[in-house]
Design a binder for this molecule. Structure first.
Ligand code: PHE
Ligand code: ZN
Ligand code: ZN
Ligand code: ZN
Length: 276
């Protein structure tokens, strides 16, 4: 897989910050900032040659939407998916939660296009709506899959991958997918732990409950970094991984660039390996 340029990811985060600034300070479900976020990501994917679909649903009396982007080609009965929720909470712009995952998978998708990747398996990226009210968008997508459920060979989830006091947590739901991520970090001399904070709390849950193998990465939310974790990863012991989690201070300053970059390069490696 190619190295993913961190400057590209950061440019997307700056755009998401500007969108929040121009729309009352957030990008939440049902708000103008969410629609503008969808328009921004969709524009980049359309220009890069993806086939994009907006899947609408209703939640809490407001229209929600998922953005689905298919890379043409590859065996569709063996589809590899990577997804991130694009909505923020109403309290703030949601740049680490979850501009980080959204911008990371966007930059991986753009690398797929730049490299003219010809994967054996079909590749699909997804940006979910209304995760913050209980994974509403991703649950809607999984409910609508029906007989296509068995065609998804893996779903990879990325929710918070640039936490300012970062950890390196790998989802442990599927041994093969866990190993794929762990081995990449091990080769980079980065220690990982199996994620426990995220259990059932993000968009992988609907896929997992439907029997689809799920994997993912997470850099930590409001759990506190221990002394041992600070020794392994640097940063500050006794402080949350993301002290601005679900707050107005989750801005473009609330990102650790190295963590964002490492996690995104790990995503690219997984996407290349799984789809080859
Ligand atoms: N899903 C949570 C949220 O968006 C964040 C989270 C991600 C928590 C991963 C744990 C693990 O608020
Ligand atoms: Zn890189
Ligand atoms: Zn959140
Ligand atoms: Zn989140």
């Amino acid at each position: 897989a190619p190295d993913i340029p961190v400057a590209g990811i950061k440019a997307h985060l700056d755009q998401l910050q500007s969108i929040a600034d121009a729309n009352g300070g957030n990008r939440a479900h049902g708000q103008a900032g969410y629609q503008a976020s969808i328009d921004y990501i969709k524009g980049k994917l359309d220009a890069a040659g993806f086939t994009t679909t907006v899947q609408e649903f209703n939640s809490g009396g407001a229209k929600g939407s998922n953005l689905i982007a298919d890379w043409p080609g590859g065996a569709e009965d063996s589809t590899v998916m990577a997804g991130s929720h694009l909505d923020s909470v109403e309290a703030g712009p949601g740049i680490n939660d979850n501009g980080s995952g959204s911008a990371g998978i966007l930059e991986v998708a753009l690398a797929v296009s730049r490299e003219h990747l010809k994967p054996t398996k079909h590749l699909r990226f997804a940006w979910w709506g209304d995760e913050e009210d209980g994974m509403v968008g991703s649950q809607h997508y999984v409910d609508a899959l029906g007989a296509n459920t068995s065609k998804i060979s893996a779903y990879l989830n990325f929710d918070m991958i640039g936490s300012p006091n970062p950890g390196y947590f790998v989802y442990g739901y599927d041994a093969k997918l866990e190993k794929l991520f762990k081995d990449w970090f091990t080769a980079k001399n980065i220690a990982t732990e199996r994620d426990t904070e995220g259990d059932g709390r993000s968009d992988h849950a609907p896929f997992q409950h439907a029997g689809i193998p799920v994997g993912g990465l997470f850099s930590g939310a409001d759990y506190i970094k221990t002394d041992a974790q600070a020794k392994a990863w640097g940063g500050t012991a006794g402080k949350a991984f993301d002290a601005c989690y679900h707050r107005s201070c989750d801005t473009s300053k609330n990102i650790d660039d190295t963590a964002l970059h490492n996690h995104t390069d790990a995503i690219a490696n997984a996407v290349w390996q799984l789809s080859s």
